[in-house]
Ligand binder design. Structure first.
Ligand SMILES: [Zn+2]
Length: 284
């Protein structure tokens, strides 16, 4: 391990990010090329990174496999963390916590508020005993991590209610909150815009770390303003999925059957995309 870098837990990373007004990127993966590209970028930029796995991604990749790779990569660069993204299945969430995930996102946004608070609170209690952080969600963040062909427009109807968010954080004890300030999953025609004034209000009133989901293809000035005004973690998935597919298609046109030859440009493409995002999230 690089002897100059002392291990630190994910909470310390969040605290440092908030203090320095930088955001940590969460990049999702379900293939080895993706995880390799993400970690190589983080190591090169000497910046903490969160590896995200949705329920679909981790049921394909495997919790044990994800933990083993994180642990292995940590011996070369210590600031690699794992987060379960949009967990809804309680046994799966508990399995991730028991296996050593650094944090879990419990998405109870489809439940009535009372039930969401009750279940989130139970998960917080379970996770905190094992040193795992919990991210909560109230207003469901729409869309999916795919390419949407429609034009992006802000849907005010789904915006975060600051009063409810404050009550939710207080009663559940969540460490972080996935907020709705115009963000939506996936890419759209036109870049996505954020309601920064709403974010300022949330940041002023809510002590939890604030998370921006659906970070792909968002207006870059809005991303900078969001980080300046309280966003600590930004989730990116669709943009790296697009790089994965396009670079793989291009590479498969070459006359080779060697996986390490075919996949090297895929890893390189993902690494470059992650480097761009880390730069955007950490420079003022
Ligand atoms: Zn999300």
């Amino acid at each position: 391990m690089n002897s100059k870098l002392k291990p630190k837990n994910i909470k310390t990373c969040f605290q440092e990010s908030r203090k320095t007004k930088k955001a940590i990127g969460q990049f999702n993966f379900s293939s080895f090329e993706q995880i390799k590209g993400i970690v190589e970028a983080a190591r090169k930029m000497k910046t903490p990174v969160i590896l995200g796995t949705s329920e679909g991604e981790i049921s394909f990749f495997g919790i044990t496999e994800a933990i083993s790779l994180r642990n292995g990569y940590r011996t070369t660069f210590p600031y690699i963390y794992l987060n379960l993204d949009h967990g809804k299945d309680i046994p799966l969430i508990k399995k991730a916590i028991d296996s050593g995930y650094d944090s879990v996102h419990f998405d109870g946004s489809q439940l009535p508020l009372k039930d969401n608070i009750k279940k989130t609170k139970e998960i917080v209690k379970y996770a905190h005993r094992k040193g795992c952080l919990v991210e909560g969600e109230i207003k469901s963040i729409k869309g999916g991590s795919v390419i949407h062909k429609i034009l992006f427009r802000i849907r005010k109807k789904g915006f975060e209610d600051v009063g409810i968010a404050k009550k939710f954080v207080k009663e559940t004890g969540v460490d972080s909150l996935a907020i709705n300030i115009g963000n939506i999953h996936g890419t759209y025609r036109g870049s996505k815009r954020l309601n920064i004034n709403l974010l300022k209000d949330i940041h002023k009133k809510i002590p939890a770390f604030l998370v921006l989901h659906g970070g792909s293809a968002t207006n870059q000035k809005d991303i900078k303003k969001a980080i300046k005004n309280g966003i600590t973690k930004i989730n990116i998935n669709t943009e790296t999925r697009i790089v994965w597919r396009k670079s793989l298609e291009k590479s498969l046109r070459k006359d080779s059957i060697k996986p390490y030859e075919i996949l090297t440009p895929v890893v390189e493409g993902i690494k470059q995309k992650i480097e761009q995002k880390i730069k955007l999230f950490t420079t003022k």
